[in-house]
Write a protein that binds this ligand. Structure first.
Ligand SMILES: [Zn+2]
Ligand SMILES: [Zn+2]
Length: 123
């Protein structure tokens, strides 16, 4: 299972997924192969920006290393200009204006927010 798949593993809480990723990354000598990219990175990094400060510094290091691997601030800005459709209402947004639900890992706009039965948060 690669790191991007771990982020989409709905059998674990989002925090458990992050813990598992950061642990594997450290155990493997902080190899780039354990970092996340694409939508998985978007979810991890957005979560880190919004909720990461109260948590393990390893997670912060992991998020920072993944950020560098996708191209740092240039890569991140380019990603924020990409578009995605909200999987609840279908509207199209730039990634800077949409979030990912950490429970079901669907793109969710801020007007739709939460999913009722879903335990995730939109980051
Ligand atoms: Zn929506
Ligand atoms: Zn959800």
């Amino acid at each position: 299972m690669n790191s991007n798949h771990v982020v989409f593993d709905r059998g674990l809480t989002f925090e458990e997924r992050l813990g598992k990723l950061a642990e594997a990354w450290i155990r493997d000598g902080r190899g780039r192969g354990h970092l996340v990219s694409g939508e998985a990175f978007f979810a991890v990094y957005s979560w880190h920006v919004q909720h990461g400060t109260d948590h393990d510094t390893t997670w912060a290091e992991y998020a920072a290393a993944s950020y560098d691997a996708v191209g740092g601030s240039d890569g991140w800005s380019a990603m924020l200009r990409e578009r995605a459709n909200c999987e609840s209402c279908g509207d199209s947004y730039r990634l800077e204006n949409i979030g990912v639900c950490t429970g079901c890992m669907r793109y969710t706009c801020y007007s739709c927010d939460g999913h009722g039965a879903c335990a995730g948060v939109v980051v």
